[in-house]
Design a binder for this molecule. Structure first.
Ligand SMILES: Cc1cc2nc3c(=O)[nH]c(=O)nc-3n(C[C@H](O)[C@H](O)[C@H](O)COP(=O)(O)O)c2cc1C
Length: 466
């Protein structure tokens, strides 16, 4: 170091000391010294904590409800938080976050819910550095499925491989077990340093089973080469809860063998305004020749006038768009139940004098003679304008132009593109393997991957498949 440069350094040091001595009393005196306030504002105090991001992946809406209730709960206690579905999150969003909570369900055969598909293909396929991120993870699943919580586990493993730090071990919920949800609540309280005001279990999910009476039962497809489909009509014994098109009935089936009732889910085919809950139940024949537990009891065991317990599950991901939005409904077999509920909603709107958008139903079954389910109702809706177009594919009919419902998608590609370009939403209900997977592949071909992804993100492509 030269003498000159050391002189400069000492001079600079003296300036800094002098400035700091001068600034301190000035700051006290003025009290509003701008730069200092600016710095204080950016520091995360408890009052001004940055908003906590809660990412969820949900197929039938439970994870979404938990996430939204938790965000509301935290915000009500003065801790800003917001819930966002994974498909609305980009790599940048999570790279910027330093604290996150994940609430993630698994569907299908261990798969990601539809509203996480874009996240899987866009974000999880890449490598990110998430060393800044501390997170808590709730995986929702059901151990009666072979791949318990598989998607949750995959996402958690991916976060760890990207360097993110779990604040506590992943909590897995089997069904909606209260004990695991309680553990989650306590872990969230520690993570956020915040006491949650009320139980975060959404009240809408905790609907108690009500008593219903079987008032009518008929087979919709007598003579069909396929298994019988029972149309089950139930009347509530107590004032019924409300529901909307897309919601699901959970029926408790008595089980003599070990006295533990088992539940079965069926998409509702009616609206509460009719006074009845209608279900479509396909009879299952097990390899040993026995009827399936749920379908056997509902189709044969339960007598007319007999009672059952049933709760209505809020299935937000399959709720309909505004009645004026053009609607393309695609399904097969008992999937017609969920599609009919949406048409019922439009018929009701029409009766009330409200404007309704066009609706196009594409439906697949085996034979025109025996499997044209609910034909009269559909023809009536064609006449009244509730339904604009009806295409049915019958796989066992030799002369048919389309054998499977997905064949229509290639056949009417231009028309489909036209509907979608005019804002149509696409709703698919029914069998996952074969039908829904085939429809999905055909839609990707007809509309393109990017457009279908955008439709999913905007909630214009929704599925209730099983
Ligand atoms: C059609 C269907 C398939 C499912 N597949 C699985 C699975 O493979 N593994 C699992 O752990 N849970 C599975 N589940 C259970 C769900 O993860 C569980 O019910 C969860 O609470 C649903 O949350 P959601 O409403 O947010 O989608 C499945 C549920 C349904 C209805």
């Amino acid at each position: 170091m030269t003498v000159d440069s050391s002189r400069w350094i000492w001079a600079a040091f003296a300036c800094v000391v002098w400035l700091s001595l001068w600034i301190r009393p000035m700051r006290k005196k003025l009290g509003t010294w701008q730069p200092a306030r600016g710095i204080a504002r950016r520091l995360p105090t408890k009052e001004h904590a940055p908003s906590l991001l809660i990412g969820y992946a949900s197929q039938s809406g439970f994870a979404a409800l938990l996430a939204e209730d938790l965000a509301r709960n935290l915000a009500a206690g003065g801790h800003p938080a917001h819930a966002r579905s994974l498909h609305s999150l980009s790599a940048l969003d999570i790279s910027k976050a330093d604290r996150m909570l994940f609430i993630v369900s698994t569907t299908g055969e261990g798969d990601a819910p539809d509203n996480a598909a874009a996240f899987v293909s866009r974000v999880m396929s890449g490598t990110l550095n998430l060393q800044q991120l501390r997170y808590g993870f709730l995986a929702l699943g059901d151990s009666s499925y072979a791949n318990f919580c598989r998607f949750g586990r995959e996402l958690d493993a991916w976060l760890i491989s990207a360097g993110a730090i779990p604040a506590f071990s992943r909590i897995e919920v089997d069904g909606a077990r209260a004990a695991a949800l309680d553990m989650w609540r306590q872990a969230v309280e520690r993570f956020t340093d915040h006491t949650l005001a009320v139980d975060p279990l959404p009240s809408r999910q905790a609907v108690l089973a009500q008593r219903w009476v079987l008032v009518r039962r008929e087979i919709l497809n007598s003579g069909s080469p396929g298994a019988p489909i029972h149309h089950i009509v139930l009347r509530p014994k107590e004032p019924a809860v409300q529901w909307q098109a897309g919601d699901v009935a959970r029926v408790w089936i008595p089980n003599n063998s070990d006295d533990m009732p088992m539940s079965r889910d069926y998409t509702l085919a009616s609206l509460p305004q009719s006074g009845y809950a209608e279900l479509m139940v396909r009879e299952v024949l097990r390899p040993d020749g026995q009827r399936g537990l749920g379908s056997g009891w509902l189709g044969h065991g339960l007598a007319i006038g007999g009672e059952l317990r049933m709760e209505i599950r809020y299935n937000r991901e399959f709720h309909g768009p505004e009645a004026t939005i053009p609607l393309i409904l695609i399904g097969n077999g008992t999937g017609l139940a969920g599609l009919i509920a949406h048409l019922e909603a439009r018929a009701l709107a029409q009766q009330l004098g409200q404007p309704i958008g066009p609706a196009w139903l594409l439906f697949g079954e085996r034979t025109c003679q025996f499997d044209a389910l609910c034909s009269e109702r559909l023809e009536g809706w064609l006449a009244s304008g509730v339904l604009t177009r009806l295409n049915r594919a019958f796989s066992r009919d030799a002369e048919a132009s389309a054998h499977y419902v997905q064949d229509f998608i290639g056949l009417y590609r231009d028309l489909l593109q036209h509907w979608v370009s005019h804002g149509a939403a696409v709703y698919v209900c029914g069998q996952r393997e074969g039908m829904a997977s085939g429809v999905d592949a055909a839609l990707r071909q007809a509309l393109g991957e990017t457009l279908l992804e955008q439709l999913t993100i905007k909630g214009r492509y929704r599925r209730d498949v099983y």
